[in-house]
Design a protein around this ligand. Structure first.
Ligand SMILES: [Zn+2]
Length: 376
């Protein structure tokens, strides 16, 4: 394959901490990889040339937290919530019933459609969780479908205890037979550690079993209450603690002094009309922060990273630079990936051309479709 020079880039946001922004830039890609970035005036020759016409180029967004394998709709629940009813973890069971009733083809088609939505909004790497099957076979097939669509798949049998099942029996199943059936299709293991879902001991038991089965841990932590999720995530060396809405000072310190990324999901707070996590506090303490959509039918039915960036800037006191960093480099760190979320020699040539002179427009012009082209 021939080398292509993308020239006339008004601003290249690389996501690479070593050289994060290059004005009047160019980039050369070959065989799906970036081979050169730098000032346009220094660009090497290439076989083909594409003119970005002064627009901003960024790495494709890395959406490190999404629940795309499901069926059904929770419009009525959202409508009720916006009419004053609070969000609880139990609404997940509504989606479980619909997901169990759906065919493999229906689930796969629906998940692929959501992935298409994400791509049109600039996302080129997506993590997909199970968690709406909650039986051995329904979790297994959810992950088989997810693994047919993306590389980053997460076993979330521990999303909620299904209706009519004893909690201790269910934890044994999730850490035993269900894990064995799901592990071949999953890279990660996750637990919704929350009041109304799984407590600290159950979370530790399930994650430890997952690690023994060769999976890497990540945790739904501290979303609704100041629970033990973040502590356990750090203790087990999880790649990411997700939500981080209610944190103690000790939680913030633990995240800042660990390799565990704090993944913030402002779509969930938006859609449940809840207080947002304090990104400023985490960043000032030195934690690595990611932003993801948490795309799911109950608490955050958005597939849009630009929307989440706008929320992060407006509602979580992140600067536009911190927000684009969290949506690219941060997401990649949350998935322990070095080849995405960044545009530097050797990385994947996953890039987005914005109809804008700067990534700042993602927050400055909220709700506007600024993604002109997606390459990956
Ligand atoms: Zn989630």
């Amino acid at each position: 394959m021939s080398a292509k020079l993308i020239d006339g880039i008004g601003l290249l946001y690389t996501g690479d901490p070593a050289r994060e922004e290059i004005a009047d830039a160019a980039m050369v890609v070959e065989d799906g990889r970036v081979v050169w970035t730098g000032p346009a005036a220094e660009a090497p020759e290439a076989d083909e040339r594409e003119d970005a016409a002064g627009r901003c180029v960024i790495p494709g967004f890395v959406d490190s937290h999404a629940h795309l394998v499901f069926a059904g709709d929770r419009t009525a629940e959202f409508d009720a919530r916006m009419s004053g009813q609070p969000y609880t973890a139990g609404g997940i069971r509504t989606t479980v019933a619909a997901t169990r009733a759906a065919s493999d083809a229906e689930l796969a088609t629906h998940a692929a459609a959501l992935l298409g939505e994400m791509r049109r909004q600039g996302t080129t790497t997506v993590e997909i969780k199970s968690g709406y099957g909650l039986s051995v076979e329904d979790e297994r097939r959810s992950l088989e479908i997810a693994s047919g669509l993306v590389d980053e798949t997460t076993y979330l049998g521990a999303h909620v205890v299904p209706a009519g099942v004893d909690a201790d029996d269910y934890v044994r199943l999730v850490a035993g037979e269900m894990l064995a059936a799901c592990a071949p299709y999953a890279k990660w293991v996750d637990v919704f550690c929350e009041r109304g879902a799984f407590d600290g001991d159950q979370t530790r038991e399930i994650l430890t079993a997952g690690i023994k089965a060769g999976l890497l841990p990540r945790v739904h932590a501290n979303q609704l209450t100041e629970g033990p999720g973040v502590r356990i995530a750090v203790e087990l060396g999880a790649a990411s603690a997700d939500h981080c809405t209610h944190l103690s000072d000790a939680d913030v310190d633990a995240l800042a002094s660990s390799g565990t990324v704090a993944t913030l999901l402002p779509g969930a707070e938006f859609s449940t009309r809840s207080p947002y996590p304090d990104a400023r506090r985490l960043i000032d303490a030195g934690a690595t922060v990611a932003i993801a959509t948490d795309c799911n039918p109950g608490s955050s039915f958005t597939s849009s990273m630009p929307f989440c960036i706008a929320l992060a800037v407006r509602e979580m006191r992140m600067t536009p630079l911190e927000a684009i960093r969290a949506a690219t480099y941060g997401g990649a760190r949350a998935l322990r990936r070095e080849d995405v979320g960044v545009l530097r020699p050797g990385s994947r040539a996953d890039y987005v051309t914005l109809d804008a002179p700067s990534y700042v427009h993602l927050a400055y012009r909220p709700g506007v479709p600024l993604v002109a082209a997606v390459s990956s």
